[in-house]
Design a protein around this ligand. Sequence first.
Ligand SMILES: [Zn+2]
Length: 257
Amino acid sequence: MWPAEGPQAGLATDLAQPRLLRADLVEDKVQGGVVGACCVVQSRALREILLQLRPMHESAASRDEIHALLRAGASAHDPATLSHTPEDFTCELCAELGVPASYAEQHSLQRIAEPLRLHYAGRDYVGRTLWLQHGAARAWPAMRRMAADAGVDLEAVSGFRSAAYQAGILRRKLERGMTIEQALAINTAPGYSEHHSGRAIDIGTPGSPAAEEIFETTPAFAWLRQHARQFGFRMSYPRDNPHGVVYEPWHWYYQPV
Ligand SMILES: [Zn+2]
């Protein structure tokens, strides 16, 4: 899953330029394809971990292609050379799954773009790497620390998800015999999940099942209701929300005011 690479031969090592120290490939858990390149970049004496997405959803980029991209040096630091998940691809996914054409309008949902760069935000509750957008990746650990100081244990259940990953979740539900309407009552259509932005986190706490309504009875939820706002997080789907999404006390979105 994480084929680590040492400092690569052929890379520019001019310290005046941001320097690529290491590049890993990130694979999509559902699609099984490579979805991005995680770069450890040194710039101005800072070490940054970045995930740069490639437009590889319509034809999964191979390892060789990504390595070639990273070896080109400059392209690892210039987001302009990389691009978002193409909108057409999201439409194709929705068509394939049978998402009604009126879906977005009916639920007052906007298409959510994937960020070009994702940042390492620690580990989730089962030890997987948690990727978030820049601001959220800073706010989340800070919020966790403050909660911990108050004796409250917050853990990340889920952070960034690509549109392709979201499609995989729905596809599996259809394969198990659900209708698309039933599946969409539980998961948003690909392209419309706040998780695509890297700003949404599903939050859990030990002893409470992940992503279940009962989370609202935990001290963790009570703490979040009181303090999450000061870290820029808000609950996206309260009871009877206008999007017709089920009540999700665990789903918080980073949008500082
Ligand atoms: Zn969520």
